[in-house]
Design a protein around this ligand. Structure first.
Ligand SMILES: *Cc1c(COP(=O)(O)O)cnc(C)c1O
Length: 355
């Protein structure tokens, strides 16, 4: 399928001061868009000016949330070039999400090329200051106007780009985590491993409650026993426990994070043993008290690595160290992964794709 590239009328004004960039608030001049109709397949692929599109008020996504998305980044490297990080993994996960939500799959090579073409056209939008990047958001929605509950016959798939500032302005900063003993995110057999908007809609209530009490993120426990760690907000969780890296296994209730995957392989290269098992909430508190649990961090594309300084559960609080200092292993993993992404360290695993 050919991608039509349409002219843009007037380039948008840029935010010159990159420290003013807010995550996900400003978008570039162009977007990629294609449509699907049952019987015809994907068609009308184009790169067109960024902007609103019209949709029928009965579009099925608006009623039954048949929607999936992805999140990846393009990085400006020290030599000025632009590169993507493991984009094929995102496209493969997009299709896994599509299957679970009864949505049409995309041709992975074609879609990867569409993302590359779009980023190449918008390369000037990739910010230049340390820690900044261009966030890429592939999305698919059910557009068929129809109020019956069944998989739609029409879809739109689009990609938008958002220049984002450095997440950590004053260096890595540990966050405060509230462990939910009441609300749950995903149960076995549900859609926990799917990148779909509905999972997020269902998480807002607990997140607001946590924020109201001064916490940055909610840590979800397993839905059945509310005992074992699942994940945090839009991050997978890792713990340094008995000197090993411990992280929850992929059993269908948590997202198979590409940052998680990358961190596990970097940890192994650093000589750390990796254990994929769900830590019990009691082990977190006992482990911090006994000194067996020394570090904890979340992993995700937006933050890369987010150190945890404090856990609170049922009114009980435990601090990691003084609650304000990033652990040594956490910092090393962050430095190594961002080093590869920004081209300061060699990419020995073929993770980086130059535009
Ligand atoms: C996207 C996401 C992650 C992180 O995945 P990455 O591929 O590392 O960005 C973790 N948890 C949830 C719920 C997510 O949606």
């Amino acid at each position: 399928m050919k991608i039509d590239v349409l002219p843009i009328p007037d380039p948008k004004p840029r935010i010159e001061d990159e420290s003013q960039l807010v995550f996900g608030k400003q978008f570039t001049d162009r977007m990629f868009l294609m449509e699907y109709t049952t019987g015809q397949g994907w068609h009308s692929a184009r790169i067109q000016p960024y902007g609103p599109f019209s949709m029928d008020p009965a579009a099925m996504v608006l009623h039954y949330a048949q929607e999936i998305f992805e999140g990846l980044k393009a990085f400006r490297r020290d030599d000025g070039s632009v590169a993507l990080f493991r984009p094929a993994d995102n496209v493969a996960r997009f299709n896994r999400s599509a299957r679970r939500m009864c949505m049409p799959e995309v041709d992975e090579a074609f879609f990867l090329d569409a993302i590359r073409q779009l980023v190449a056209l918008e390369a000037d939008w990739v910010p230049r200051s340390p820690g900044t990047s261009l966030y890429i958001r592939p999305t698919m929605i059910a557009t068929e106007p129809m109020l019956g509950v069944r998989p739609a016959d029409q879809y739109s798939c689009y990609v938008i780009l958002s220049p984002v500032g450095a997440y950590y302005k004053g260096g890595l900063a540990p966050v405060k985590i509230w462990i939910s003993d009441h609300y749950v995110r995903a149960a076995h057999g549900g859609t926990g491993e799917v990148k779909t908007g509905g999972n997020y809609a269902a998480s807002l209530y607990a997140a607001r409650e946590a924020a109201g009490q001064g916490y940055d993120q909610v840590l979800w426990l397993d839905a059945k026993n509310r005992q074992h760690v699942e994940e945090v907000g839009s991050m997978n969780m890792c713990f340094i426990y008995d000197g090993r890296l411990v992280t929850s296994p992929l059993h269908g209730t948590i997202l198979d994070g590409i940052t998680r995957r990358s961190i596990l392989s970097l940890a192994q290269q650093m000589g750390l043993e990796v254990e994929e098992r769900a830590l019990a909430v009691d082990e977190i508190f006992a482990g911090i008290e006994s000194g067996r649990l020394t570090e904890a961090f979340g992993t995700g594309t937006a933050v890369v690595v987010s150190p945890v300084g404090q856990f609170t559960y049922q009114g009980k609080t435990a601090l990691l160290g003084d609650g304000k200092t990033t652990g040594e292993i956490t910092r090393k993993l962050y430095d190594t992964l961002t080093g590869i992404q920004y081209g300061r360290l060699p990419d020995t695993q073929g993770w980086v794709v130059e535009i």
